[in-house]
Design a protein around this ligand. Sequence first.
Ligand code: UDP
Ligand code: MG
Length: 332
Amino acid sequence: MSTPTFLSRGTAPDQNVPTLSIIVPMFNEEEVLPVLFERLGQFLDQLGESHEIICVNDGSTDATARILAAAHERDDRIKVLNFSRNFGKEIALTAGLDAAAGEAVVPIDADLQDPPELIETFLEKWREGFDVVYAVRRHRDSDTAMKRWTARKFYQVINRLSGVPIPANTGDFRLMDRRVVQAVGQLREHNRFMKGLFAWVGFRHTEVAYDRPERAAGQTKFNYWRLWNFALDGITGFSTVPLRIAGYVGMLTALAAIIYGVFLISRTLVYGVDVPGYASLMVAVLLIGGLQLVVLGVIGEYLGRLYAEAQKRPLYIVESSLGFEPLDGHSS
Ligand code: UDP
Ligand code: MG
């Protein structure tokens, strides 16, 4: 059977539906915005597809909001959602996906680390019939050795633990068909590890290799502490194996305690009461106490996330928007 082609993709009869929605989450990106709009605008003009650019201003405290308003004035295909505070990249992306009208949707970083030119290849693959086309980094030369190592370990762990394979060395830079965006939109959990959610919904996917350049301007918004929490969100969101491991650790400790207990009782019965034993007592108390805290901590990680879900708060609050009407419906 030959693969079906989807040449009709990108020819929606409705004038209000652009072929391409580009989503740019941004947090304090004033330095890079002029370069971004210049390069993205140039690329999109030359591409010639109908499009919209949805800029999600994730509570920036610099001139980002002002620059975005000016950009919207110049070109109303640039639309803006201003969050009421910083909600984090994953949430900003979610808001962008909720607001996107395009037949194909591409999230892209503001710092031009995701080269817009790749979108042309994405569109080709999409028209061949793939619903998700994601960019895979050929190498990680633009990262420090430490970041490369932690990233590799992270993908090893999460792919061993989670039920759905999450491709290594990918980011959020990908093209998704409308159907995929709708499916992801149904997942309203607060613990949002977007790469995992994208993988979870499935659909026909393929990859495109690329070299990730350095940030065009400005500073990274992710320090190691934020990345660690990001990794915890990823693992707890897609696996309950840590809870099971906690159970096994408990069982093994109990088993060891029973064996040692039998040994101690027998020795006492045979040789009589043996008072010295301070060292073994301390080791046992400290070890078991420590293990209990670790296991409780693991349970706490899940419980905390469960609590956040139970509160059922909206995922984000949009303070103002430009280019969308009506405004409501973007705050769920
Ligand atoms: N970002 C965001 N909210 C945040 C942190 C980051 O919207 O709280 C955006 C940021 O503006 C950029 C993208 O997410 O467009 C990726 O961030 P960054 O380049 O700092 O991450 P890195 O490339 O260093 O992993
Ligand atoms: Mg970056």
